[in-house]
Design a protein around this ligand. Structure first.
Ligand code: SF4
Length: 285
């Protein structure tokens, strides 16, 4: 979850776990797909207390999935408005949940309650791939949710995963299509984050990619330390040719809208795509 570099951001957790089963995420193993959340009243009380005590510039909800119960999300927005809450809030939501919330309240109410920035995991633009990722969402839901939030004046961080194991050329292309289409979001501050697939231990993807071959402790700690989804990746290098192509496409998108695809983002990905070329491994933009 992100925070704003210019603000004092407090992190807060209003719920535990996530009922979904995304294959690239460790949450299903952590929470065994159980979800429990504080009551709306408790969350509003906590927001008021934290605001009075610390006067934060922002409060970031770091729940794995705050929108697991869309009715609770809508009720929380209304209760925050009623309580006169003025703290800017950040959180992540599933696109399908955003559309469910919109059936209960206009999304402008989320904005009025303080939900200024919302993270949406788009991951892929291909419905078959989303199905195999067990994302419980379609590319259409993602597009609708981002556009609806944008119309409501909410900043959206859109997250994509490239070079998934077994991905076809068509699927790779399909993931770049929504990235290009969503370059024209209007709300200032919205941006895209792009990642290369990394099967982490504890995820279903890890067991698929390394069936019985590799366990967490067989990989040197130094390699884990130099592994992430958008920087150097020592453990899983994927398809370097695909990764270079993705970086070239994102560079093209950056030229179209540098606010939505940031230079720094591309620099990190270029570094990841270049793993193996030692002279580039420490490349910094
Ligand atoms: S990616 Fe999000 S929705 Fe999917 S299992 Fe993880 S926390 Fe839940």
């Amino acid at each position: 979850m992100w925070s704003s570099p210019n603000r004092r951001t407090l992190q807060y957790i209003s719920s535990y776990g996530c009922p979904y089963a995304c294959t690239f995420c460790a949450e299903p193993a952590h929470s065994l797909r159980h979800w429990r959340g504080f009551s709306v009243e408790r969350v509003v009380q906590d927001m008021r207390r934290l605001d009075a005590l610390h006067r934060p510039g922002m409060i970031s909800f770091v729940d794995p999935n705050i929108s697991s119960r869309p009715a609770r999300g809508a009720a929380l927005a209304e209760a925050l408005i009623l309580a006169g809450s003025r703290v800017p809030l950040l959180c992540n939501m599933r696109s399908r949940d955003v559309l469910e919330i919109e059936k209960i309240i206009p999304l402008s109410r989320l904005r009025a309650a303080g939900f200024r920035k919302i993270f949406i995991g788009i991951e892929s633009g291909d419905d078959d791939q989303l199905k195999s990722l067990k994302k419980s969402a379609t590319a259409g839901f993602h597009h609708q949710a981002v556009m609806a939030l944008d119309r409501a004046g909410t900043e959206v961080q859109m997250s994509f995963i490239h070079d998934l194991p077994g991905e076809s050329d068509e699927q790779a292309q399909a993931t770049l299509e929504p990235a290009e289409t969503l370059l024209d979001v209007k709300t200032g501050g919205s941006y895209q984050s792009h990642h290369f697939s990394m099967p982490y231990p504890g995820t279903e993807l890890f067991d698929t990619v390394f069936p019985g071959e590799k366990s967490y402790d067989q990989v040197p700690t130094e390699d884990w330390a130099r592994t992430s989804t958008f920087q150097a990746n020592r453990v899983w290098q994927g398809d370097p040719g695909r990764r270079r192509w993705v970086v070239e496409e994102l560079e093209r998108f950056h030229r179209i809208n540098p606010a939505v695809i940031r230079k720094r983002e591309i620099g990190r990905l270029r570094q990841s795509a270049a793993v193996g070329d030692d002279h580039l491994e420490h490349f910094l933009l």
